[in-house]
Design a protein around this ligand. Sequence first.
Ligand code: NAD
Length: 337
Amino acid sequence: MPNKIKVGVIGAGAIAEHAHLMGYSKIPELCEIRAICDVNKDRAEEMAAKFGIKEVYTDHKEMLAKADIDAVSVCTPNKFHASQTIDACNAGKHVLCEKPMAINDEECEAMIEAAVRNNVQLMVGFTHRFYNYNQKAKELIAQGVIGKPFMIRVRFAHEGPYISWPAKSNWFFNKELAGGGALLDMGIHALDIMRFLVGDIKDISANLGTLVRTMEVEDNAICTVNFDNGAMGYLEVGWSSKSGILGIEVYGEDGSMVIDYSTPIKIYVDKKKIIGGPGWIELKDCTGGGWDAEMKAFIQSLQNGTPVPVNGFDGLKGVRLAMAAYKSNAEGRKVSL
Ligand SMILES: NC(=O)c1ccc[n+]([C@@H]2O[C@H](COP(=O)([O-])OP(=O)(O)OC[C@H]3O[C@@H](n4cnc5c(N)ncnc54)[C@H](O)[C@@H]3O)[C@@H](O)[C@H]2O)c1
C-alpha cells in the first residue's frame, strides 16, 4: 500500500464539510486530513473539531508554508480559486479545486500553467461525473446501447443557495465574488456532463434571466449547444425552482436514455440487444457515487501516480463555455468556441 496522502483544505464552508472533509474522512486508510484553513477562525475550528484535524489556519499561504501536506482542496468562493490554486501549485501541492474552476478563461489558463510548471496534478470538482448512474450512462452510450446520440437535454434546478444549499458565507449572489449566478454554479455542471456524455461543444446560445429572486446575478438560464460530432443539446438551470424534474435525457438513433435524478435513480434505455428489453428498463444497480467517489478518485490518482479523472483542461472548457454563454446573452447571438 502506498503512503497515505496528507491533505489540507482551504475554505471550511458547506462544500468542505459535506463533500471534501466528509469524503476524505471516509477513507482513513488512503489519506489523512492534516490541516484546515478559513478566514473565519471559528468555522475552521468547528470543522477541525468535527473531523479531528490538528492544525488550523486563517491564511492559506501560512498553511501551505507550514503544514506537512501533499495536496489541498480549494473550497472557497469562486473569486479565490485561481490565486489559491496557483499558490498551492507553487508550494508543490496537488490541488482539487471546486467548480467553477475560476471566473474567467485567463485564470484557468494560469492555473493549468502553474500545475504543469510545478509538476503537480490539478483536478476540478465536477461531481456529477462521479455519480454511478452517469458513469453507467457513459458506459452504455459507449457500448452503443442507444446508437449514436443526436440530442441531450439537462435540467439541474433547485431553490438555490441559502435555501437548498446551506452556504456559510454571503457570496453566491455577489457578482465580484461569484463571477456569475446559476449558470456559473449549476450550468457549469450541466455543460460538463454534456461534454462527458456526448463530446466537445462547438457553439452555444444563451438566454439568462433574474426572474424570481432579487440579486446581482442570474437565477435562471437556458442554453442550446451544438457538438463537434453533429449532436445538439439544451440545458436549463435555476436557483428559484420548487419541486420539478431533475436529470438528463440522451436520445440516440437506436434508443433513448433517461437519467432521472429523483429517488430512486433510474436509467431507462430502449434497445434490447445489449442489456435486455424490449422497452424501458430500470437499472437498479447504479445509485451512489458522487462526492465520496470524487474525493477517493483524487486521492487514488495521487497514490498511483495516474492522471486525475477530471483535469484542468476540463475545468477550462467548462468556464470557456460559460463565458461564451454570458457573451451570447449579452450580444443576442450564437457564440463559437
Ligand atoms: N461540487 C459541488 O457540487 C458544489 C456544491 C456546492 C458548492 N460548490 C463550490 O464550492 C465552493 C464553496 O462553496 P460553499 O457552498 O462551500 O460556500 P461557503 O460560503 O459555505 O464556504 C466558503 C468558505 O470559504 C471561506 N473563505 C472565504 N474567503 C476565504 C479565503 N480567502 N481563504 C480561506 N477561506 C475563505 C468562508 O469563510 C467560508 O467558510 C464554491 O466554489 C462553490 O461553487 C460545489
